[in-house]
Design a protein around this ligand. Structure first.
Ligand code: HEC
Length: 277
């Protein structure tokens, strides 16, 4: 009979395997989306930048440019204006607006030259589904100790969420090389590497940190950021209006001053720096 011919049976078996595979994929993808869902969208890190870049100009604190009498920077105002219903994206005007394909309705309006990526729309939708919580601007939020101890733990937690692990500890020579670049901007001397590798003291690493911190190259490395700012100022300061402001003078002073842990000294020597220009 045709149905029992081997090739048809093979096909049926194949179809079954495919069905099972598809089922596994579907289950796997829902598990995956649950995992990402459990990882709540952070207001300050993720949502505030989206709103502030795309919406606050017309729905923010500035009364002059505010549209539709709608503020999205204050949660209560946004809820009162029915911009969204916390926990219910489907009932939220905001979600309707950002996904709308009608150019008269979609937010931000096309004429504003702003637009949201699919990812940003999805994040706003998820944030509303998760309750649309706001947070104070991070700069005004008191610093709290995290509920765990070391930086390694913080990093490990993030990595675990992504199914990753910390790399194994690097060799002593590599550790010293990294440390040296970090703190002094230079590779360690071969003798220093040799000493460090042979060192048996459990505090050897901490000692290496102390040594590098007392090196004058530490001042040079840390002054780089300051010098970058000064170099930018050089251009600004050499305008006719500011002939007496000589930013470059500070270069001679920065590295030693930073080395002594004192920007202030630098500012006193070259007053134009202290004025914040
Ligand atoms: C260039 C100005 C502008 C920008 C930017 C803008 N909007 Fe609007 N928005 C308007 C105007 C004008 C209206 C009123 C007209 C209308 O309803 O379409 C409005 C209306 C709305 C409404 C409906 C308010 C109501 O009372 O029904 C929502 C919700 C909204 N905007 C959300 C957003 C979001 C979210 C963003 C950023 C992703 C955004 N808007 C960016 C100008 C802007």
């Amino acid at each position: 009979m045709l149905f029992s011919s081997p090739s048809v049976r093979h096909l049926q078996a194949l179809a079954k395997i495919i069905r099972v595979l598809v089922a596994i994929l579907v289950v796997a993808s829902t598990i995956d989306s649950k995992i990402t869902f459990a990882d709540e969208v952070d207001f300050n890190r993720v949502i505030r930048p989206i709103l502030s870049n795309n919406c606050f100009f017309c729905h923010g604190p500035d009364r002059e440019t505010r549209e539709a009498d709608l503020r999205l920077d204050i949660r209560e105002d946004a809820i009162e204006a029915f911009a969204f219903v916390p926990g219910d994206p489907n009932e939220s005007e905001l979600v309707y607006r950002i996904f709308s394909e009608d150019s008269d309705e979609v937010m931000p309006p096309p004429k504003s030259n702003h637009s949201l990526s699919d990812k940003e729309k999805e994040l706003l939708q998820r944030w509303i589904a998760e309750g649309a919580e706001y947070e104070n601007h991070w700069a005004y939020t008191p610093i709290e100790s995290p509920p765990f101890e070391s930086i390694d733990e913080i990093v490990t937690r993030r990595l675990e969420k992504k199914g990753l692990k910390l790399s194994p500890e690097a060799s002593k020579a590599t550790l010293l090389r990294r440390l040296s670049f970090d703190l002094n901007g230079l590779p360690p001397k071969p003798e220093a590497v040799q000493t460090f590798v042979n060192e048996t003291d459990p505090d050897a690493y901490e000692k290496a940190v102390d040594d590098l911190l007392t090196s004058k190259h530490y001042g040079e490395k840390m002054a780089i950021h300051w010098l970058d700012a000064v170099r930018k100022n050089d251009g600004l300061l050499s305008t006719p209006a500011c002939q007496n402001c000589r930013g470059s003078e500070s270069r001679t002073w920065d590295a030693p001053c930073v080395h002594r842990d004192s920007y202030e000294t630098s500012a006193r020597i070259v007053p134009s720096i202290g004025s914040g220009r």
